[in-house]
Design a protein around this ligand. Structure first.
Ligand code: SF4
Length: 243
């Protein structure tokens, strides 16, 4: 199920198109669809996993404890929520905060795909494994994906741990602050007009069912965002250097 530009020329139309969605089983257990929020022209977009209890009740992403930590992480790099856009892989809360199922992800991600096309972020930070796995089309653990910069078409992708992970594992807190510093460097590098990944990456047609403009998922050493490494094997993080 693709969502085309004719159906949804802007975010408002997309939100109306989703409506009181029951296209997957999560529609019968959630309170409300959590569409996403933030600057519709944001250069930096965050993609999380799924709404939790608080998000389900309030209708906005990242409003609980994990959201407060995300605000803290944003502030640490001089950003506010109003300057970024935040959405999730699935737009309805899975019962009991369980992991979203493959069918639910498959059914819901066309909405996210169209959302990303409309926002057209230059940098996407994936929060946790589900968004990283979807966008990078890999099953590599998030602990191995983080610390590298990936090129997905024209988009720079920076996988980081989900902020909720730091609530249960304090050691991830410092890792997240460090990764956000790298994220800021990647954003600033792009804004300064440094080497473009797309200029170094061959174009390919968008495959049906793929994420938006997801043709090349090439890892590079994030410790030096200006020194990108196109040509590394597809989706193999073992060839990118860690921080
Ligand atoms: S998770 Fe997505 S596809 Fe499923 S009911 Fe909610 S909006 Fe619809």
């Amino acid at each position: 199920m693709a969502v085309g530009s004719g159906d949804c020329p802007d975010l408002r139309a997309l939100c109306e198109h989703i409506g009181d969605c029951h296209r997957c089983p999560l529609g019968s257990t959630r309170t409300q669809v959590v569409f996403g929020s933030g600057d519709p022209r944001a250069e930096l977009m965050f993609v999380g996993e799924a709404p939790g209890r608080n998000e389900d009740l309030e209708g906005a992403p990242f409003v609980g404890a994990a959201g407060r930590f995300l605000d803290e992480l944003l502030q640490s790099i001089g950003l506010e929520r109003s300057q970024v856009y935040i959405a999730n892989v699935v737009k309805c809360r899975p019962p009991g905060n369980r992991d979203p199922l493959p069918l639910e992800i498959e059914t819901c991600t066309p909405f996210l795909r169209r959302q990303m096309e409309l926002i057209a972020p230059r940098v996407v930070a994936t929060l946790g494994r589900f968004s990283a796995h979807w966008l990078l089309d890999t099953e590599v653990p998030i602990s191995a994906l983080r610390g590298r910069l990936y090129h997905v078409g024209d988009i720079r992708v920076v996988p980081v741990f989900h902020p909720a992970a730091a609530l249960y594992d304090a050691s991830k807190r410092d890792v997240l602050f460090e990764d956000f510093k790298r994220l800021r460097a990647v954003c600033d590098d792009r804004r300064d007009g440094a080497t473009s990944a797309s200029a170094q990456t061959p174009e390919a047609p968008l495959a049906s069912g793929a994420a938006p403009a997801v043709q090349d998922r090439q890892p590079a050493d994030l410790s030096d965002p200006a020194s990108e490494a196109p040509g590394l094997s597809h989706g193999d993080p073992s060839q990118g250097a860690l921080f």
